[in-house]
Design a protein around this ligand. Structure first.
Ligand code: OXD
Ligand code: MN
Length: 601
């Protein structure tokens, strides 16, 4: 459809001379046939205009502007509240390239299916062209994407989550190298929902969902799935990791990156508030979900956060659990599927206060005290600008990023995995990441303590063959003169009676300090057959109400449990098949052999 057909405000004519971009947008418009095309510039005026449109058509509900200026609530279709791994496809020329852990569809088949679905799908609607940058503006690490979408909610979220609009077009110039992302809501029906990735073409095509991880194409689709494919090809790493900086009272800054599966407290750790005992220590957030890591010219590993905001899980977030997150939500934030209080504010389970009478639940229904059902959907979200974060790192826009001294892998494990464990070397560290997992609960699956392996927390996000991905990690060691030390943590170990052994939250600072001290080779530890653990006295426990028995239990390495753990990883390695690197298979056997030797077998 010709751009001149536009009737609404906003640039209908391409504000660029980039031939490849104009051609692609014309092709998309010819397929989807929108009534209007709007090229987004990312300005405040544009935000005001689009927000007004979104309130007028019911996409957004205005919240109390005195309490939460610039904040709005969105209620999604109840069938569309989460990422859909079973409808997410990696469309590589061969199935082997996608590997055994991904859903695969042949590129031609996927394109045929989605072309059929998108033909005329934007008739009567507005097509927004959203140029955006993942990563700091002007950084050689950053990538430009163009998302074409018919969802104003997506545009307003992308505006928070990425550097969006004119700066992206400026950065792109006349280059044809950008990620192409087409997003169509269709009728938001799971029957017609496909999140497809074409890594070889740097192309994403997502239809039938308006939910964040499926529809904000810069995040999981570009920054992780396509990103990990590009990273393998170009010699860097795209990881599901937070990045934080720790500043000592003397002003020494150290940065760490950490991968935890969903619901294991990544945002909380990225915004950790040190306890009283650590007066003078500060933790700064660089990123809370995604890290792009590269070898620097100095031989160290450097990381940027490609995002510009936080798309965080609301339930459980409170001034007690994460004051910096709460302060990030006081203005210019979009809330999705949370409760609405009578005074026009938001509420979710785990907030500091009770839900007031008259609260409306996430589906727009009145909620009564004592009634069954949640006020907020368990996966309800906030989309907040990172600039709101009171502990945002000053270096978040640095084009080179920050140097990483330690990498942490974490999971939710009731047994076996100690509070913290340092790997012997890089290969052992990669093995720790490759075998990390989280235990399911009885409520979720009916089977307690079943470990779902989630290598590097990337199982749903690796855009190519997982065995190749491990090989890339192993190879990466050779690109670093000063590799970060690799650790494993577990905040969730329990007593036999089911009580958590470690208090978690801000107290994790104590573990973080040991990790940093180990990475900088300035504190002790004890060698066990499966890695290094802190000895009594290596971790500062002063002012903490924990018995030495509980600490010993939290940090214990039980060799029988570890034998079981290592034996159980074989099945997972077998599912990876022939691409599983030999070094990791041998590492597994070596650890088992060392346990045998330690036990005199
Ligand atoms: C996730 C997220 O699902 O960050 O991991 O939203
Ligand atoms: Mn995530």
């Amino acid at each position: 459809m010709p751009a001149s057909a536009s009737t609404t405000a906003g640039a209908a004519k391409p504000p660029t001379k980039n031939k490849a971009l104009i051609k692609w947008v014309e092709e998309v418009a010819a397929l989807t046939k929108p009534d209007r095309i709007v090229w987004c510039d990312g300005s405040d005026k544009e935000r005001e205009r689009l927000t007004k449109d979104a309130v007028a058509d019911g996409t957004l509900i205005e919240l109390n502007q005195k309490k939460r200026p610039g904040c709005y609530l969105h209620r999604s279709n109840p069938n569309d509240v989460a990422r859909v791994e079973h409808l997410t496809f990696i469309c590589t020329p061969t199935k082997d390239e996608a590997g055994p852990t991904n859903q695969w569809m042949a590129p031609d088949e996927a394109k045929k299916k989605l072309t059929g679905l998108c033909d005329g799908a934007m008739r009567g609607r507005t097509m927004y062209v959203v140029p955006y940058v993942m990563g700091p503006l002007g950084s050689p690490f950053s990538k430009v994407g163009i998302e074409v979408t018919d969802s104003v909610y997506v545009v307003l979220n992308m505006r928070i989550m990425t550097r969006m609009g004119k700066p992206a077009l400026d950065m792109l110039g006349d280059s044809g190298e950008f990620n192409r992302g087409l997003h169509c809501l269709l009728d938001v029906n799971p029957e017609r929902r496909y999140i497809t990735h074409f890594p070889q073409e740097n192309l994403i095509w997502s239809v039938g969902s308006g939910y964040g991880g499926n529809a904000l194409l810069g995040k999981k689709c570009l920054a992780l799935r396509i990103g990990s494919y590009l990273a393998n090809r170009e010699g860097w790493l795209a990881e599901h990791m937070l990045i934080l900086g720790v500043e000592s009272p003397e002003g020494q800054k150290t940065y760490v990156a950490a991968a935890f599966p969903s619901a294991c407290g990544k945002t909380n750790f990225a915004m950790l508030l040190p306890p009283k005992r650590f007066d003078g220590w500060k933790v700064f957030t660089v990123g809370d979900d995604i890290a792009w890591l590269r070898p620097g010219p100095d031989g160290r590993l450097w990381a940027i956060n490609p995002e510009n905001g936080y798309f965080g899980v609301a339930p459980g977030t409170s001034y007690k659990s994460n004051p910096s997150a709460m302060k990030s939500l006081v203005k210019d934030t979009l809330f999705t599927n949370v409760g609405l209080t009578p005074d026009g504010d938001v509420w979710w389970e785990g907030m500091d206060n009770e839900a007031p009478e008259g609260t409306i639940d996430w589906q727009g229904k009145p909620w009564k005290k004592g009634a069954e059902g949640k006020v907020a959907h368990p996966n309800s979200r906030f989309t907040a600008p990172m600039a709101n974060n009171p502990v945002l790192s000053k270096h978040v826009d640095d084009p080179e990023g920050v140097p990483i001294s330690a990498i942490i892998f974490g999971g939710r494990r009731a047994t076996t995995v100690p509070l913290v464990l340092q790997s012997f070397n890089w290969v052992h560290g990669v093995f720790m990441g490759a075998t990390m997992g989280s235990e399911t609960t009885a409520a979720a699956t009916g089977a307690v303590g079943v470990v779902r392996r989630d290598p590097m927390a990337m199982l749903p996000f690796c855009g190519y063959n997982m065995g190749e991905y491990f090989r890339h990690w192993l190879h990466f060691r050779g690109l670093l003169k000063y590799p970060p030390r690799i650790f494993m943590v577990n905040w969730f170990r329990k007593t036999k009676e089911g009580k958590f052994l470690w208090p978690g939250y801000g107290e994790n600072m104590r573990v973080l300090k040991w990790i940093i001290d180990r990475a900088l080779v300035r504190t002790g530890g004890a060698e066990t057959p499966v890695g290094w653990v802190p000895r009594e006295g290596d971790i500062d426990l002063s002012g903490l109400d924990i018995s030495s028995e509980a600490f010993e239990e939290a940090t214990k390495v039980d060799l029988n449990e570890w034998r079981q753990e290592l034996e159980s990883t074989k099945d997972f390695f077998d599912t990876i098949g022939p691409t599983m690197p030999k070094a990791l298979k041998l590492q597994r056997e070596l650890l088992l052999g060392v346990i045998d030797a330690a036990q005199g077998k």
